[in-house]
Design a protein. Structure first.
Length: 179
């Protein structure tokens, strides 16, 4: 009798897991979740983005993905920028933080400390996040390293960056394919 209950318990968890997985799959078909895929001219990556967003790539290969505000004016609501580089070595977390601090000092007047960077476990060698607010602009920066490739991704808004913004971009980063 004990063995049967254990088997029933395992089946119960298997059924719950199956329903959870089905809900996730069905939830991805939600109208807000319709996506397109973008690949830059150098074909270094593929990224999924919401279909109501606009993509632009400049002559240096820097990609902007953005949406306009709901009232239709030209003010950009979410502005996501992606740049990527090939380097001659793999970077550790500490080296990536040092690289980003050096990168930021050219663009921002604030001085960042190592503690300002959050590190996340991911499919990448390094995934770092940093928040910056300066001159009424809100920034959230992510840095990805994978082997000898570095990706710098930013989210910039004129208003506070909320959880929905972060969730969207984290989903885009989690599904980024590096070629």
């Amino acid at each position: 009798m004990l063995k049967n209950r254990t088997g029933m318990k395992k089946n119960k968890y298997l059924i719950l897991f199956t329903f959870f997985t089905i809900n996730l799959l069905i939830g991805q078909n939600h109208p807000k979740a319709n996506v397109k895929i973008f690949s830059p001219k150098n074909n270094s990556y593929n990224i999924y983005y919401p279909e109501n967003y606009i993509t632009e790539e400049d002559t240096e290969g820097i990609v902007s993905i953005f949406n306009k505000s709901k009232d239709g004016n030209e003010k950009e609501e979410n502005n996501i920028t992606i740049s990527n580089y090939i380097v001659d070595k793999n970077f550790s977390t500490d080296e990536t933080i040092a690289l980003m601090k050096n990168y930021f000092k050219d663009y921002f007047s604030i001085k960042l400390e190592d503690k300002d960077f959050k590190s996340f476990k991911s499919k990448y060698d390094n995934l770092l996040e940093c928040d910056i607010k300066e001159n009424d602009n809100y920034w959230k920066w992510w840095t990805i390293t994978l082997k000898n490739k570095i990706f710098i991704i930013s989210l910039n808004k004129k208003t506070d960056i909320n959880d929905e913004n972060v969730t969207l971009l984290r989903h885009m980063i989690d599904n980024l394919t590096i070629n």
